[in-house]
Design a protein around this ligand. Structure first.
Ligand SMILES: [Zn+2]
Ligand SMILES: [Zn+2]
Length: 513
């Protein structure tokens, strides 16, 4: 029998080829560690019963066992039918009244950013005794949301303390994210990042039914985020870099008059490229397609080679393009009289052709020139875009979440991002930097990319410790039910009655109980 060889020949395992083999010797009594740090093993029913096959007192093999489970917790009562000796054994410790394994499963599912129903299905497929979805949501509501809130608040306090110590005016990047349409509850989140450290300082979650359109949601998110910064930080907001939404620009002009508002290049370049591609598809304008990449590169060059605030120079550089495209390389403007390049051979545009006229119109358009004067030369919001894909891991757009679930997952994404945004390039055993080569389809070319070091998950350890502490001390926070927060302004918004909103919210939560 299998279990026979298991008991007699443990050496058998060492002859099995496996990457996962680890061996260890332990002398009893072993030192005790907190439940979240203890290792857990997957034990099969048949293997477990072997441990209860004999009476510890009289050695008889005639035993009666009573098995009781609470989720992942198992207790076995062993009764000897010969000498009536009773022995009780538990598979895991308790944290106050909760089996530790049950709370830790809920914590692991949420903190890893897994979707509970999927994770619990994995256990069900394995026929592993596990908690129900109801229990998961109870743990989440009673303990885990609060654990995330506490840990995130502590991290924020630490970040603001470090910023105050530095004493420099803040350089912020802001961007909004809307979830996909079609969900019954529609959220928008707004993120403010410290562009020096690339760390998320605050995240605000807005429900569309609070404010209406998604543009209004973004503006409300920004207003709440700035309000939060103001309440927690006395430093001046020196610069803020965003994309070029008109409503956002207006709000910043009116509410942050001391702050320099700059635009992220990538967002402007994206809009420009779209216009150029559309033009290149028109008849007699195919030549524009050959110029698209150069024009977009020129936009980056104009901004990144010009010091911030030199609006005339950056505009002069940009407008020189209109001459350059027609093979004219000097006499551009006072700020930027001539091109900086050497001799070039290209397919120049012919004046007064359709392509020339239409392309000039795009390049010299007033609104574009206004945007170009406000391009941010140094600080961009690319890391915010990257953060949005981290959010997609923790809160995938196909999954629907209640308000607190969504908020907790946003904070998890921020904790993950902040811990890992500063990690450097991966190195091999000899300490050399690791690169990977990416081959581009169709182009027969390749690019070399630095491989990032692996992520760390210290925040998960901290969150789990906090969850265990809250459970141990029976701490709950009723305020977490009093959400979503009230609007920063009530003008023009079809604001819900707060009482009704809370009532509706509680009713929705009770479905999960
Ligand atoms: Zn006995
Ligand atoms: Zn030129």
């Amino acid at each position: 029998m299998w279990h026979h060889s298991f008991m007699c020949k443990p050496i058998f395992f060492q002859s099995l080829p496996s990457d996962d083999l680890e061996t260890e010797e332990i002398h009893l009594p072993d030192e005790s560690v907190p439940p979240q740090e203890e290792r857990k093993y997957l034990v099969f029913h048949s293997a477990l019963l072997q441990l209860f096959s004999l009476c510890l007192l009289c050695g008889s093999g005639k035993q009666k066992l009573r098995l009781e489970t609470i989720g992942s917790f198992l207790s076995i009562t062993q009764i000897c039918t010969l000498c009536e000796h009773v022995r009780t054994w538990s598979s895991q410790p308790f944290i106050r009244n909760t089996p530790a394994g049950n709370l830790l499963i809920s914590a692991a599912v949420l903190f890893a950013g897994a979707i509970p129903q999927q994770a619990l299905n994995v256990f069900a497929c394995l026929r592993l005794h596990c908690i129900s979805a109801r229990t998961f949501f109870r743990h989440q509501r009673m303990t885990l949301h609060l654990a995330i809130k506490n840990v995130w608040s502590r991290k924020q306090e630490g970040m603001f303390a470090a910023l105050h110590e530095g004493g420099q005016a803040l350089i912020l990047g802001g961007d909004g994210r809307a979830d996909s349409p079609g969900h019954s509850a529609k959220y928008g989140s707004y993120t403010l990042m410290d562009l020096r450290t690339k760390k998320i300082l605050t995240l605000q979650l807005v429900q569309s039914n609070e404010v209406g359109s998604s543009n209004a949601m973004e503006k409300e998110g920004l207003a709440r985020a700035i309000d939060f910064i103001r309440r927690n930080c006395t430093l001046q907001i020196g610069k803020i870099v965003t994309d070029r939404h008109l409503q956002i620009a207006k709000w910043i002009r009116e509410n942050l008059p001391e702050t320099c508002h700059l635009y992220d290049i990538w967002h402007i370049a994206k809009g420009l490229r779209k216009k150029l591609s559309a033009l290149a598809k028109q008849k007699e304008c195919e030549v524009v397609g050959d110029w698209t990449n150069s024009i977009v590169n020129h936009l980056y060059w104009c901004s990144t080679t010009t010091r911030e605030g030199a609006g005339d120079l950056v505009e002069g550089k940009w407008l020189s393009l209109d001459n350059h495209l027609h093979n004219v390389h000097s006499g551009h403007s006072e700020a930027f009289p001539q091109c900086a390049h050497g001799p070039l051979r290209r397919q120049w545009l012919k004046p007064n052709t359709k392509a020339s006229v239409k392309l000039s119109a795009i390049i010299t358009k007033k609104s574009l020139l206004k945007d170009i004067r406000k391009l941010s030369p140094k600080y961009q919001t690319a890391h915010l875009e990257a953060f949005h894909s981290t959010i997609n891991h923790f809160a995938p757009k196909w999954a629907a979440f209640f308000y607190m679930g969504m908020l907790s997952r946003l904070h998890l994404a921020a904790l993950h991002h902040n811990e890992n945004c500063g990690r450097g390039q991966a190195r091999n055993k000899d300490g050399e930097r690791i690169y990977k080569i990416r081959y581009k389809k169709f182009k027969k070319s390749c690019t070399v990319q630095a491989v990032q070091g692996s992520c760390t998950f210290d925040y998960v350890t901290e969150l789990t410790e906090e969850a265990v502490r809250l459970c141990e001390e029976a701490i709950v926070d009723d305020d977490l039910m009093e959400i979503p927060p009230t609007l920063t302004s009530t003008s023009g918004a079809d604001r819900l009655n707060k009482e009704a909103a809370i009532q509706a919210h509680r009713t929705r939560f009770s479905i999960d109980e």
